[in-house]
Design a protein around this ligand. Structure first.
Ligand SMILES: [Fe+2]
Ligand SMILES: [Fe+2]
Length: 340
């Protein structure tokens, strides 16, 4: 669409910028030599650029993969247009990867890559197919997390931080599902929460990307746009026909509400906020503070938790927060609560 001028919300002229071509990472540990679904061009990420690493005509041999690994290449990238092939590839490997002998780090990488792709898809085209995919993902992921609880730790450890909404939603998805399981919630409840987490920021798609990526402070108009995204997420979920759709819509709508009624979009109070919305809020804030944002440096997990404890204690369910700290690491818990 180039550098054209379109009418934005509120009658403002908004200058659009061309969407850069998007690439998706695929861990080199997950590559299988000669796999027919991997007949794609592979790219390498160099800073913010992507350079061709292998043309699809070149056979994908074990030697080639090992050479990349020796060179320290941890992930190759494929063009985002080929995401459906890539998704099929990852799903086709589920049994094999999640089966007995695969090392836990590889399993964690696999689950993370798969969900990253599903989140990317639901963010781009939210339709029945995307909802089906999300449901399958939530069901399969929760099953694997129940069967192999150590996976949660490995995934939280390897979360890649990026400003992209789909990486954020993916991280919030694993944090919410892992935390909910650690609290003994039943499988159907965790699946419901996992879907709420996957969908919570769908409405951000309607915010001008220049507002989302603005390095400085937002002006009042920009801020009012950002504050609408929970309503937009809820609207985009209006036709959701799956079980518990009402609760999932509530999680999307309420994930920025606060116990002291200073949240948005409605300023609900403690009694009105669904506990699952609060759980997603806690995971959401934590992820946002640790992730790379255009307007500030990322915090370490401990600093993020400290800030949440000091600044947000009136806004969040403090008992739930303490359980969350403990879920992330008993060390954090001891250190943080010592300062009480
Ligand atoms: Fe949000
Ligand atoms: Fe979020």
């Amino acid at each position: 669409m180039g550098n054209c001028l379109i009418k934005g919300m509120g009658g403002r002229k908004i200058k659009t910028v061309e969407r850069k071509e998007k690439y998706l990472p695929l861990s080199t540990d997950l590559l299988v030599p000669g796999h027919p679904l991997l007949e794609e061009d592979f790219y390498l990420r160099v800073g913010n650029r992507f350079v061709l690493l292998r043309k699809k005509e070149l056979p994908l041999t074990r030697e080639r993969i090992d050479r990349w690994k020796d060179m320290g290449v941890r992930a190759v990238y494929i063009r985002a247009q080929t995401r459906d092939t890539y998704l099929k590839y990852l799903y086709s490997r589920m049994k094999e990867v999640m089966g007995g002998t695969t090392p836990p780090e590889e399993k964690a990488k696999y689950l993370y890559s798969l969900s990253e792709l599903v989140v990317d898809k639901i963010t781009r085209e939210f339709n029945h197919e995307a909802v089906d995919l999300a449901q399958n993902l939530a069901r399969d992921t929760v099953t694997h997390l129940i069967e192999q609880p150590q996976l949660v730790k490995s995934i939280v450890k390897m979360m890649s931080h990026d400003f992209l909404t789909y990486v954020h939603s993916n991280n919030v998805f694993f944090l919410s599902a892992g935390f909910a399981l650690s609290q003994g919630l039943s499988r159907p409840e965790v699946e419901k929460l996992a879907l709420g987490a996957l969908f919570h920021d769908l409405g951000k798609e309607r915010i001008d990307p220049r507002i989302l990526q603005k390095p400085g402070r937002l002006d009042p108009y920009e801020w009012s746009e950002v504050r609408k995204h929970p309503l937009w997420s809820r609207d985009m979920l209006r036709d959701l026909k799956i079980a518990s759709a009402d609760e999932i819509r509530r999680m999307a709508l309420e994930h920025h509400e606060s116990y002291d009624a200073t949240g948005y979009p409605r300023g609900l109070d403690r009694e009105q906020i669904h506990p699952y919305s609060m759980l997603i809020k806690i995971c959401d804030v934590f992820e946002a503070l640790c992730g790379i944002r255009p307007y500030r440096e990322p915090l370490t997990p401990f600093k993020a938790l400290e800030l949440m404890k000091d600044v947000m204690r009136k806004k969040i369910d403090i008992e739930m927060f303490k359980a969350f700290v403990n879920f992330l690491g008993p060390d954090y818990y001891t250190k943080l609560m010592k300062k009480e």
